[in-house]
Design a protein around this ligand. Sequence first.
Ligand SMILES: Nc1ncnc2c1ncn2[C@@H]1O[C@H](COP(=O)(O)OP(=O)(O)O)[C@@H](O)[C@H]1O
Ligand SMILES: [Mg+2]
Length: 233
Amino acid sequence: MIVAEGLEQTYTSVGQALKVLHGINLTVEPQGFVAIVGPSGSGKTTLLGLLAGLDRPTAGSVELDGQNLNSLTEDARARLRAEKIGFVFQNFQLIPTLTARENVLVPVELRRALAGQTTEIDVEERARDLLRRVGLADRIHHYPAQLSAGEQQRVALARAFANQPSILFADEPTGNLDAETGSTVIDLLVTLNAEEETTLVLVTHDNALASRAHRVIRIAAGRIIAEERPNPQ
Ligand SMILES: Nc1ncnc2c1ncn2[C@@H]1O[C@H](COP(=O)(O)OP(=O)(O)O)[C@@H](O)[C@H]1O
Ligand SMILES: [Mg+2]
């Protein structure tokens, strides 16, 4: 569950203040699927960064599963992200020197390092299982450069779910893919999200994609301008 109240973000560069979010209020229910849609530059990535605790807002607050992110130190927020949050990016962000399997295990290692987590699950089996579920059972030992763009994003999906996150943030995950490949990736994302009972917050400027969400939040120039419920939860 995410509760954001009065979120504002102002960036200052070369002495100029630029306010990019103007008081965003947003609640995302557990296991919800919310799409955030808006034109380029409207503040979508900034908003995602605040909801995920990557950045601190200039004003307002974000609660993740009852915990106010403002009250946490940088280290505590890093631990919280490692424990609860998965990410998928537009440009995949796989580590080029690691195989598919090793990339999927990165968040598991990070979580172990940050939180001292000794998970009960067999992480090797988990990595294999996730790569199988995204259709890459025969690409486990491939490096990113040996994979197509769609395959790379499928590895990134497997990685995002590796730690059994409670919330997954996806920022334009199909932005670098052709329409057909993008639609395959979204099918997998929606399926994994339902199977893993994760909450999904998806940023996109693709309306067709957004229409698959429970809720669509439209933003423009840093404000929520409309909300629709194409598939009520
Ligand atoms: N770190 C930053 N420093 C200064 N300005 C930024 C920074 N990040 C984003 N911006 C500006 O904030 C606005 C919103 O950016 P962003 O959140 O990336 O929008 P979107 O993801 O909707 O395209 C843009 O005008 C962008 O140039
Ligand atoms: Mg963006």
